[in-house]
Design a protein around this ligand. Structure first.
Ligand SMILES: O=c1ccn([C@@H]2O[C@H](COP(=O)(O)O)[C@@H](O)[C@H]2O)c(=O)[nH]1
Length: 234
């Protein structure tokens, strides 16, 4: 997978999204976009179809986590949207991830990329131990969840860029690392915990970085996007 920057379009409406996307209309590089829960719950499948029609690649970040049968059937519905990538929570177990892959696979055998969230980048090791009662280090947890994801036949994981090298070491170079938790050196971390810069993400081994507020809330979003691309893609 070619290194790229995915912009997290965390907007409340189609109107706000298209106002933002219009800023990029003269960009040579059509940004790869992430549609998450906020926008999808507000606008439904129509927003996915419209953004696809405009020629963007789409990561549909709905993080499914339910019993295997429910996830399989939901994935079968999502497969009709023809997105490029979608995801589940690895905590849903290997059986659930296998069901997700089966549901997503179309009759002709094709499917979008399917990845699994390991531990959210807003979670610290301390909270994981104290609130989630996971009595292992965050690194061991992420490696184990990544190995489970690989065993289920998925294509990669969502993790912090700080963990990308470790995940590749455990699961192979071809196994995708898609990494939110990206901040400029001079930027506000907000609710993220396990963060680093686009340049450092590239050095550590991330394949795709996911960047939201550092671009969407910037005074000049196009300049912020170009800065990410320059640091991460080169
Ligand atoms: O572990 C995870 C999984 C998903 N996300 C999503 O990525 C973006 C990050 O946005 P920022 O504004 O750059 O913090 C957001 O849509 C999250 O839902 C994540 O941050 N961490």
């Amino acid at each position: 997978m070619q290194h790229d920057v995915i912009i997290a379009c965390d907007f409340k409406s189609a109107e706000d999204t298209f106002r933002f996307l219009d800023l990029f209309k003269d960009e040579e590089r059509k940004p790869f976009l992430k549609i998450g829960m906020e926008l999808f719950y507000a606008e439904g499948p129509a927003i996915v179809r419209e953004i696809k029609r405009r020629g963007h690649r789409i990561f549909l970040d709905l993080k499914l986590h339910d019993i295997p049968n429910t996830v399989k059937k939901a994935m079968a519905v999502l497969s009709r949207l023809d997105v490029d990538m979608c995801n589940v929570h690895a905590a849903g177990t290997i059986e659930m991830m296998r069901a997700a892959r089966e549901g997503l696979t179309r009759e002709d055998g094709t499917r979008p990329l399917l990845i699994a969230v390991t531990q959210l980048t807003s979670t610290s090791e301390e909270r994981m131990r104290e609130e989630l009662l996971i009595d292992a280090s965050i690194n061991d947890t992420i490696v184990k969840y990544a190995q489970n994801t690989r065993a289920a036949g998925l294509d990669g994981v969502v993790c912090s860029p700080l963990e990308a090298g470790m995940v590749h070491g455990a699961c192979g170079e071809e196994f995708l690392t898609v990494t939110p938790g990206v901040r400029f050196a001079d930027g506000d971390v907000a609710d993220q915990v396990r963060v680093t810069t686009p340049a450092r993400a590239r050095e550590i081994g991330s394949d795709l970085i996911v960047v939201g507020r550092p671009i969407t809330a910037a005074e000049d979003p196009v300049a912020a996007y170009r800065r990410c691309v320059a640091e991460f893609v080169g």
